[in-house]
Design a protein. Structure first.
Lengths: 386, 260
């Protein structure tokens, strides 16, 4: 549990509350979540919903938001929460990211006081589950190609369009739907039991199997003006949500990487091959050294980002760097760990391959690896890549 | 109503333990610690009393700086305040020394109920609870699986050898040492951890408690001679053959040893 701490961050950089948050969540993940995980992974797209009340009770939803039943933690503690959830499984972290950063955050940041009172306490309590509908079948990275439309009709709006790859889509009570209007992109809180709203789950995923991913169909869905987020105008709305979630992902990826590294290290020490344990082999040691070094660098990146975020000095480009780097190294670490485990590495009694497959999604969602490269590239050159 | 919970911090169950060079204990420098599992049940029991009756829950522990983590966890779970006896002079205390320290705190606090774990995961002595109950003059019950308030006291169920249960009545104040599994222990919630920042941890020395020279290594009545890993035995016998052959050899062996 939380053993990867090469540079002694525990005693020099994390405060007592941050460590407690991490350890309390880690204990919950290993005792309550891990024993249920395999069954869900084998089921092709399901989440252990019975754990949602416990997650809420512990304060995992919208944990870095203030008020409305949220825990109000600082961003480093929030990052450590994400780390421990993803040490369990990217699907678990995704559930919390979507609920907190992608659904509660926009209501908190762009909603009216009445909207906050109406939805946030229920979402913090896990009684209202949210989903975030930005991606469409034809448009992922190229968000400005959005086709979903909302038309104003008196005191309400009429929404039409399809959203695809939507985490928690079919289990959500509320969908934050981003759609183009005559005034530009706007965000709507759509109640999923509205007429004309339908969802269908995407099956056959190799990745994020312990998570529900859906397609949403909106056909002439009537949404009251009272459900439009008044302060979200243009793409800044959805993109700022993504910045929040990406920040958490930079920590989450480290959790998955730590799980793989620790598993591979233990295995290498125990596994006898010709001439002694696997861990005595230079080639294996090189892999382990790579893993620990990259995790340690990633920790420093996310930690500094968290401190800057708390001071209000974090720039989205910095988040791009952390998301891009930490997910990339986590994926490489998962692959190396899988390799060290040999044949054992391909079954789900071990974690590495599950993390590896999950991280393929994490590399793609929330801005693909390459898109973040382009964002940082544009930032440093001042020129948009062609 | 005031409930005092005594808790100990022990090496984490997943920690890789190594014996110290002087062979008197394990190396403590690079391992993680956690609250003794029995004591988490003790704390949970106290918190349930608090939830039902507005009791004040005070956690008390003896140990070095690292203990703060355990006390903060307890506060995060819902305890109201903590007393941390942190004194190099108390280091090396045997069970009696620890019991004396806890007794001195109990005298200052005058709790209506003291709850401890049955034993510590690390040294397995089970000695502190009965010693403490003697020193503070409170009747006690150990191995408690259930405790219910009744007629100004408690009716408790104790676990006996062989799976039998014993029901005893205790007056208030009293001390109970709980068995693991008597309740479902809560996790420290993130909100609870944030609120715990404001809860006080009162740090005391042996001298503050009037125990100078009475505790610590110099006052030991029980001295650890040696801690070691027993050498691997050579009595194991490998049974070979097909599954059926192995099964019948095992059955024959078990019968031969009179184990059936
Ligand atoms: C399991 C899962 C859950 C998801 N959950 C959600 C959710 O809850 N809500 C939501 O809105 N979305 C969600 N998504 C969608 C996700 O955000 C998108 O898949 C992602 O934005 C990438 O879009 P795309 O799949 O259309 O890929 P594309 O944009 O088509 O990208 C394909 C490849 O082309 C590259 N590429 C794209 N554009 C350029 C360019 N201009 N220059 C160079 N290279 C480029 C990309 O880097 C990538 O390598 C989820 C996806 C998955 C897999």
């Amino acid at each position: 549990m939380a053993a990867t701490d090469f540079l002694k961050l525990d005693t020099t950089h994390f405060d007592a509350e941050e460590i407690l948050v991490r350890d309390s969540v880690a204990a919950w993940v290993s005792k309550e979540f891990m024993p249920r995980l395999q069954e869900h992974v084998r089921q092709d797209g399901s989440f252990p919903m019975e754990l949602v009340p416990q997650m809420a009770e512990l304060g995992m939803f919208g944990a870095n938001l203030e008020g409305y039943g949220c825990a109000g933690m600082n961003n480093v503690a929030y990052g450590l929460l994400m780390q421990e959830l993803e040490r369990g499984d990217s699907g678990l972290r995704s559930f919390a990211s979507v609920q907190g950063s992608l659904c509660m955050y926009p209501i908190h940041a762009y909603g009216s006081e009445e909207q906050k009172q109406r939805w946030l306490p229920g979402m913090a309590a896990g009684e209202l589950i949210g989903c975030f509908g930005l991606t469409e079948p034809d448009f992922g990275s190229f968000v400005t190609g959005m086709r979903a439309r909302a038309e104003r009709k008196g005191d309400h709006w009429v929404l039409n369009g399809t959203k695809r790859w939507i985490t928690n889509g079919s289990i959500a009570h509320l969908a934050i739907i981003w759609a183009t209007t005559e005034e530009g992109v706007r965000g709507f809180v759509v109640e999923t039991d509205s007429d004309g709203f339908e969802s269908r789950d995407i099956k056959g995923k190799f990745s994020l199997r312990a998570s529900v991913t859906s397609e949403l169909f909106l056909q002439d869905v009537k949404v009251p003006e009272a459900n439009r987020l008044p302060d979200a105008a243009g793409f800044r709305g959805p993109l700022s949500c993504l910045t929040q979630a990406r920040y958490g992902i930079s920590w989450g990826a480290l959790g998955a990487a730590m799980a793989c590294y620790e598993e591979a290290l233990d295995y290498a020490k125990e596994r006898e091959v010709q001439g002694g344990p696997l861990a005595t082999k230079q080639l294996v040691q090189e892999k382990l050294v790579f893993m620990l070094t990259e995790i340690t660098k990633g920790q420093l990146l996310s930690l500094q980002l968290g401190r800057l975020k708390d001071r209000g000095e974090m720039h989205p480009t910095m988040v791009s760097m952390a998301k891009r780097n930490n997910v990339d190294i986590a994926l490489r670490i998962a692959r190396e760990a899988r390799d060290i485990l040999g044949a054992n590495g391909i079954v789900d009694d071990y974690q590495a391959m599950r993390h590896m497959l999950n991280l393929e999604t994490v590399r793609t969602y929330e801005g693909t690896h390459d898109i973040h490269t382009l964002i940082i590239g544009e930032h440093i050159t001042g020129m948009r890549a062609l | 109503m005031k409930v005092m919970v005594c808790l100990k911090q022990v090496p984490h169950q997943d920690a890789r333990l190594e014996i110290r060079d002087d062979s008197t204990w394990i190396k403590e420098d690079n391992i993680k610690f956690e609250i003794n599992s029995y004591d988490t049940y003790a704390l949970e029991e106290a918190l349930r009393i608090k939830d039902a009756n507005e009791a004040e829950v005070v956690v008390v522990s003896v140990g070095p700086d690292r203990l703060t983590q355990a006390l903060r966890t307890a506060l995060g779970m819902g305890a109201d305040r903590a007393v941390h006896v942190n004194d190099p002079a108390a280091e090396g205390s045997d069970s009696l020394g620890i019991a004396k320290i806890l007794a001195a705190v109990a005298k200052e606090e005058s709790p209506d109920l003291v709850i401890t774990g049955l034993m510590a995961d690390d040294d397995n002595y089970s000695a502190v609870p009965p010693m403490l109950s003697q020193l503070i003059g409170m009747p006690s019950a150990t191995g408690v699986l259930k405790a219910e308030a009744q007629d100004g006291g408690y009716r408790v169920e104790r676990e006996l050898e062989g799976g039998a249960l014993e029901v005893v009545d205790l007056p208030q104040p009293c001390l109970i040492a709980v068995q693991s599994g008597l309740n479902q222990v809560r996790y420290a919630s993130l909100k609870g951890i944030m609120q715990a920042k404001k809860k006080p941890i009162d740090v005391k020395t042996a001298a503050d408690l009037g125990l100078e020279g009475q505790v610590g290594a110099s006052a030991q009545k029980v001295k650890v001679e040696k801690v070691y890993v027993p050498p691997k035995g050579d009595t194991a016998e490998m049974v070979e053959g097909s599954s059926e052959e192995i099964a019948s050899t095992l059955v024959a062996k078990i019968k031969e040893l009179g184990l059936l």
